[in-house]
Design a protein around this ligand. Structure first.
Ligand code: ADP
Ligand code: MG
Length: 265
């Protein structure tokens, strides 16, 4: 069973200038233990997709199952619990609380859990140690370098043992060496079984993930030159292999919206 199973989500933002379709029919399955890079030009829907994966937003249309649970069917409290326990985020801008120490920042996700303060501190410290930052536990974010702050943010994301780590451009604010260290950590945690979905615009960064999914105009583009399943409008499925370098999105001749189905690779 896929850990993440998203079927044809479409997502619309209502703006003063009219509706903006940020996602327009995305079907994707991610198995437990995968490390997936999400690429695509600015405005192609990557962050919107991550917000839906992280249950921060619900798709306007389509279905999203996380660990077999239909997210749309959950009441607000169960959704909050899933978000708290199941999934966590790392952002490009670290998002640490500026007036809390590294240790306090890492302990934040555990605050609602039935555990003693001493136990919470122990878990947070163990996680900081795991990221090589035990000696910085008492430091404020402003006293840490960018790479150290991102490692604190990763420790905070992992301390609750989430099913999935979502990272939106986690290395973009870092120099390439420090970014490489963050990727080494992701690969280490992935090798230990953590599922990771990471947005990046850097092909070198994406190459270090297990597979890459490319977004274009709110849709998942098929891998270059690879055959993919194309369902024509009359419903008779057949396999359509775009010639190398052909446009990714195949538009049916009658002007109907293109249908692109991507299976597991
Ligand atoms: N809150 C919003 N309100 C209106 N439009 C939005 C909002 N967020 C994103 N969009 C639009 O949705 C599309 C996809 O945006 P986004 O998911 O941020 O793309 P990416 O992360 O790939 O740059 C863009 O056209 C963007 O302008
Ligand atoms: Mg974005």
């Amino acid at each position: 069973m896929s850990l993440i199973d998203i079927q044809s989500p479409r997502h619309c933002f209502r703006t003063a200038a009219g509706p903006v379709w940020a996602l327009d029919g995305v079907s994707l399955a991610i198995r437990a233990g995968e490390f997936v890079a999400v690429m695509g030009p600015s405005g192609s829907g990557k962050s919107t997709f991550m917000s839906i994966l992280g249950c921060l937003d619900r798709p306007t249309e389509g279905r999203y199952r996380l660990a077999g649970v239909d997210v749309a069917s959950l009441a607000a409290d169960r959704l909050a619990a899933l978000r708290n326990r199941g999934i966590d985020f790392v952002f490009q801008s670290f998002n640490l609380l500026p007036r809390a120490t590294a240790l306090e920042n890492v302990g934040l996700p555990l605050i609602d859990r039935p555990m003693r303060a001493s136990e919470r501190r122990r878990c947070a410290l163990a996680m900081l140690e795991c990221l090589g930052l035990a000696d910085r536990a008492g430091h404020m974010p402003s006293q840490l370098s960018g790479g150290q702050q991102q490692r604190v943010a990763i420790a905070r994301a992992l301390v609750g043992e989430p099913l999935v780590l979502l990272a939106d451009e986690p290395t973009v604010a870092l120099d390439s060496r420090t970014g490489g260290e963050i990727l080494d950590l992701f690969r280490k945690f992935n090798a230990e079984g953590l599922t990771i979905v990471m947005v990046t615009h850097d092909a070198g960064v994406a190459a270090r993930a297990g597979r890459t999914v490319t977004f274009r105009d709110g849709r998942v583009a098929p891998p270059n030159g690879a055959p993919h399943a194309f369902a024509p409008p009359n419903g008779a499925p057949h396999t359509f292999a775009p010639p190398n370098g052909a446009p990714h999105i195949f538009a049916p001749p009658n002007g109907a919206p293109p249908i692109v189905a991507i299976g597991e690779h």
